[in-house]
Design a protein around this ligand. Sequence first.
Ligand code: FE
Ligand code: CA
Length: 163
Amino acid sequence: MISKKMAQEINAQINREFFSAFLYLAMANDAIEKGFLGTGKWMSIQFKEEQEHALKFSKYLQDQGAKVELAAMEAPRTEWKDILDMFKDALLHEKKVTAWINDLNSLAIAEKDYATQSMLKWFIDEQVEEEAQCNEAISALTLVGSSAGSLYMVDRHIGKRGE
Ligand code: FE
Ligand code: CA
């Protein structure tokens, strides 16, 4: 059994994971509308991943006998200057998510809640990957600058990301 406070904080995180999904879907749409199909694909895969994160937290609450409380989400931004700006924004967002996951873990430690600490380990590792993937795209896009031909090549490379 987890504490009421912990259940409340995990529910808040479920909302943030769904918001992340919504944000990546908005990024996918904007990229596709601008012809950056590789980035559109990357963002669509991330859209699915974020829903899996939300469901992973939901299952944990249910396994612990706590109620999943879905709540209204903010509308995401829907347009970015270019795909570099988009990945920079994704990185900023992932850094916020990392801080939230860390806060959850600090609470679990304070409450001597070992089960939640164990569950969060997966998310702590996942956040390292999430930030690294954004950084990789930012480095490649920064390197090639704004020449259309190079941007096209990098976008195609970004689209080769596996599911
Ligand atoms: Fe996530
Ligand atoms: Ca991931």
